[in-house]
Structure formats: C-alpha cells, structure tokens
Design a protein around this ligand. Structure first.
Ligand code: AMP
Length: 580
C-alpha cells in the first residue's frame, strides 16, 4: 500500500527526536569542519573543528556583534568571512538593528531546509486533519514584501517572501491555494487583501484550511472582509472585479477565475449580513477543518478574538521559526493555543540554551556575579527551566542569541519541548515588528523636542500596545508640565498631533513599513492629568514593588494599571499620516 507523505514525515520526526544528541553533534561537527577556515572562526578555533574548543573559545554573540562582518558581506567583500559556502542572499528579520532590519546571511541550502521543515511541521497537522492537499485548497493570506538590494548586488528578502518566490511553491499554488501568485506579489496590501479574500469566497466550497503565518494577519483579513463583503458580493454577482483594483496582475488573475454567480453572492450576503459575526469563518467556509496560524508569543493577544470568529474551528500553531533558522514544530496541533509547546528539530541548526533567571525558574543556578551559567546542549535542558535560545547555523551564525526565552515543558523521545515565553528586550509589538525600550526612548526623545517651543516639558511617559481592534496601534501616555507657572493649560492639538507623527517617523524601519501598509494603525498619545504617574506608582507599590527601587514601566501590561491612566486622560491625539 502506498504510504502517505506525512507518514514518512512522522517517521522522520520519531527518528530525529530519538537521536537528537547524535544528530546535534554531527551537525556541529559538519558546520565546524566546513567553516573552520572562515575569517570569523579562525580567530577562535585556529583552524580546528573541535566541539570542546568551540564551547570554550567561540563567544556568545548577538546580531550587533556579527553586524560588522555581515556589513562587509553586504558591501561585496570576499567570501569566507562567516561562511565557507557562498552567500546567496539575506533574510530580513522583523527585528531591527539601529533602525534597519537585521540581515541574516543565507546559502543555497536554505531552500532545501525549508522543504524539509515544511514536511516536518505539516505532518502532525495532516495526521489530525487528513491530507488537505488531496481534499481541497488552503485560503492562506500571503503578502510578499519588497526586496532590498545590498551594495554587493545580493538581495535581502523576508523569509516568507523567499518561500513565495520559490519555483516549487509557485508551481503548486493553483492546485493547493486559493490565492493566485499575482495577488501575493501585489505591492498594494489593500488590493492584495481584497483579491485574496474575494478569490477565497469564490472558491468557498474548496477551502479546507484558513490561515496565514501569524494570527494577526488572519484577524486583519477578517476585519477587511467585515468592511468590504458587500462590494465583494457585488463582484461575485456580476463576475466583474471592483474598480478599486487597479493592479494589472490582480486584474489578470481575476479574469481567469471570475464569472457571474448570483447564487453564491446571495448566499454569502445572507451569512455576512448577520448582526453577529461569531463563528463567521465556519459559516462562510463550511468545509474548513482548522485555522492555521501562529498564536503563541506576542500573537497570544489575538486568540480570544480569533476564537470568536472561528466558531470552534481549532486554531493550529504548527511551527516556530525565524530568519536565523527554523526551530521547532507542534506535535499536538489540537491542543489549546495557550498550551502549545514546540519540539525543537535537531537537524535544523545546532542549538544551545542559555539559562535565564525568570519567573518560571527562580531556582536557576547563577554564578557568583549572579549571571546566568554556561549554555547547555539541546538534550541537557531541564524540565520547567527557562532558557535563551542560541543558534549555530551552516549559514555563518555562531552561538548567536535569537532573543527568545523558552521554557521546557516536556520531552518527546529524547528531545525537549518548549513553550515560547517572551521576546527579550521587546516591549511593544502589535504584529511581527519588535520595538525595544531603546527604540521607544529614542522616538519619545525626538518627539518631546516639539514641546519646548510651546512651553511644556514631558515629565513621565509609558506605553501600551492596543490590540483591542485590528489593526492594533501604539498608545503613549504622556504627563506634561508647563515650564513656567502651574496653570495646567492644555498643549495645543497641532503640536500634539505633530508629536505623534514625529514619534512614528523616529521609530524603526519595520514599524514604518507596517504603518504604511496599514498593518499598524496610527500612533496615539494620551495626555494624562498631572499626578497620574504618582497614582500609578502607588498602585505598583501596593502590589509589592519596592518603593525605593520603583521604576516607571516603559510599557503597561496590567489591566488595572491601564485603568488608572485611562481614567485620567485629558486629551487623545493621533498621528495624522503614515511616516515618510
Ligand atoms: P523574524 O526573524 O522576523 O522571522 O522573527 C522571528 C521571531 O518571531 C522569533 O524569534 C520569535 O520571536 C517570533 N516567532 C516565530 N515563530 C513563533 C512562534 N511559533 N511562537 C512565538 N513566537 C514566534
């Protein structure tokens, strides 16, 4: 009997997780022996490829430490700086470095790795939902991002975009997905969303899976449908694409899919005009078996809303990956989104785990300087402990901090499983952008300069990611004081609106791109009454914070703290236009 492809995938997962230690050691040996002669490794290993020497001599680094090397590669300097394999391009991470996206070098192997990773993360999903490739199409919302050309001529691409560009993917698109390639590459996010939803509606009876990489994107698509379903139904009825779509690729794609279908239009209209949109996904796409998107980490904030719309369809977070490397898969696709753990795949990269003192493991041993101890190998992590993830890859990253904190929740065979805990140093994030305390501080500093000419100073500020409606937006709470006197006059609206805009302009590259594409809504400043931050401090002290060591939080997570500030707001101001 013919075996199903995902059964092969499941068998491979068993083998990998059983032999994790050996696979990790072999992988590291391979990376070191191929790259021992690179400029980077030579200074630490002197041409040797020994694991113990690697652990002893190669430093743990962050992207910033590797950036000078990466910059040289982007500027076209000779090969063999970080990797012996030719660098074929870069992945653009949504994290930023000095306002620019981080660029991770890639080699030809990366495409092959993705194909393996995809088989592995999809296999447990198919085991539960059946081989959806055989039973219908996926309505996945996919948006390619523009590439950046580096001075060397090599291209920097988002990981997702590189997947969409791959010839194998494009070849299987018409059979397996409802979105034509033209809609994925349409540079206008609105037109792309409109067409991807429209084609998903037209192929309603074939849709067996609804999804995107991240939960926020699915939610944005639902909101978009909420605002545009009437227009889409009119298109379906007449078989003619709305004039709002001017992109020639989208119009071409439509011409081969669209024909008048008043019956379908009426059916969708009847569903969409219901007062409550609870369970709308199930109603509009009755054959959908699950919603596939990452709902862990920062995406956890979207679970409740997504559950409301999905009407009981399981939310499946299948994978954990990044621009640095592909990490892990979810072996229990049906488990609650808040309980998801990822099993790290030992064939994707060499992984190390730096113990992190965190709420989840107060007992973590620390050395005399109270610093975390040495990193441990994949198979040596301890249940219930938290770790920062380090990767060593065949593309030239060595002991590089990913910036994610993970907690060990169990083992599958000999391989640990982790829950995603948090992103280090990120305080604000409404989508995939990551804004650090330092990014925020810089933007506030730029904006508050505008207060000076009108005689105000900023005395306190904090922030909050408001995702109560999609798209989410950044909210800043500002407490102001007049430079002279104490008349408690209000700053003028024009200046405050300008402050919002200046903040947006001063935020990092990814924020600005997302804002321009309406993935993030306009930034808001809420001015609060004088003394509000004192009340906030009293609140935190009442909750156990030390009075003498109290530090104003740069970002507010607690609902009560938010209430305190919100009840003292005297003015709300929004950025008038996207940053330039
Ligand atoms: P990027 O490098 O822009 O692709 O972003 C990768 C980062 O996204 C990871 O390091 C994580 O912080 C986050 N991420 C990716 N997959 C997941 C996941 N399944 N759960 C939580 N966070 C994730």
């Amino acid at each position: 009997m013919e075996t199903k492809w995902y059964e092969d995938g499941l068998r491979m997962i068993e083998e990998l997780t059983t032999n994790a230690e050996q696979i990790q050691d072999e992988l590291l040996r391979g990376i070191l022996s191929r790259n021992a002669g690179t400029e980077y490794l030579r200074q630490f290993l002197h041409g040797q490829a020994d694991k113990q020497l690697f652990k002893k001599n190669v430093p743990i680094v962050s992207y910033e430490d590797l950036k000078p090397y990466i910059d040289r590669i982007t500027n076209g300097e000779t090969p063999d700086i970080l990797s012996a394999e030719p660098i074929t391009g870069f992945f653009m991470s949504s994290g930023t470095s000095g306002g620019q996206p981080k660029l991770m070098p890639i080699t030809a192997d990366v495409t092959k790795m993705w194909a393996i990773f995809r088989t592995l993360y999809e296999s447990p999903v198919m085991k539960h939902f059946g081989d959806i490739n055989q039973s219908g199409k996926r309505m996945e919302f996919m948006f390619a991002k523009p590439e950046i050309e580096t001075p060397s001529g090599l291209k920097a691409t988002a990981v997702t975009t590189s997947i969409f560009k791959e010839s194998g993917f494009i070849a299987m698109l018409p059979k397996l997905y409802t979105s034509p390639v033209e809609t994925i590459f349409c540079p206008d996010a609105e037109q792309s969303s409109y067409c991807q939803l429209l084609f998903g509606l037209i192929q309603r009876d074939e849709v067996v899976m609804i999804g995107s990489f991240f939960a926020s994107t699915v939610l944005r698509a639902i909101k978009f449908l909420e605002n545009h379903w009437q227009e889409m139904c009119s298109d379906i009825k007449t078989g003619r694409l709305s004039h709002r779509i001017t992109d020639s690729g989208c119009r071409n794609a439509a011409s081969s899919i669209m024909k008048p279908n008043p019956v379908l239009a009426e059916l969708i209209e009847d569903i969409c005009k219901c007062k409550s949109w609870e369970g709308i996904l199930r109603k509009v796409w009755p054959k959908a078996r699950y919603v596939g998107c990452i709902c862990t980490g920062v995406m956890g904030q979207y679970i409740t809303e997504l559950e409301f719309y999905s009407g009981g369809l399981p939310l499946v977070s299948a994978l954990y990956a990044s621009s640095e490397a592909y990490f892990g898969i979810n072996l229990e696709p049906l488990c609650k989104p808040s309980d998801v753990s990822y099993t790290i795949l030992p064939n994707m990269a060499y992984f190390e785990f730096l113990p992190v003192k965190n709420e989840c493991n107060e007992s973590t041993e620390t050395n005399s300087n109270n610093e975390a101890t040495e990193p441990v190998d994949l198979v040596n992590v301890k249940l219930g402990h938290c770790y920062g993830l380090l990767v060593t890859t065949s593309t030239g990253l060595y002991r590089c901090k990913v910036g994610d904190v993970l907690m060990v929740t169990g083992f599958h065979n000999n391989t640990p499983q982790f829950q995603f805990m948090e992103r280090e140093n990120v305080i604000l994030s409404v989508d995939q952008e990551k804004t650090s305390e330092a990014d925020l501080f810089k933007a506030v500093t730029e904006a508050k300069a505008l207060l000076d000419p009108i005689g105000f100073i900023l005395t306190e500020y904090t922030s909050y990611a408001d995702t109560s409606s999609a798209p989410g937006h950044y909210v800043l709470f500002w407490e102001l004081k007049e430079k002279e006197g104490n008349h408690c006059k209000e700053p003028d609206t024009k200046t405050m609106v300008e402050c919002c805009f200046r903040m947006e302009e001063s935020l990092h590259y990814t924020y600005k791109i997302y804002r321009k594409n309406n993935i993030i809504a306009p930034l808001e400043i809420r001015v609060v009454k004088q003394g509000s931050f004192e009340v906030l401090m009293d609140y935190y002290v009442s909750k156990g914070a030390s009075f003498s060591q109290y530090k104003r939080p740069s970002c507010i997570k607690s609902k009560e703290a938010l209430k305190i500030l919100d009840s003292r707001v005297t003015g709300k101001f929004f950025s008038p236009k996207p940053p330039l």
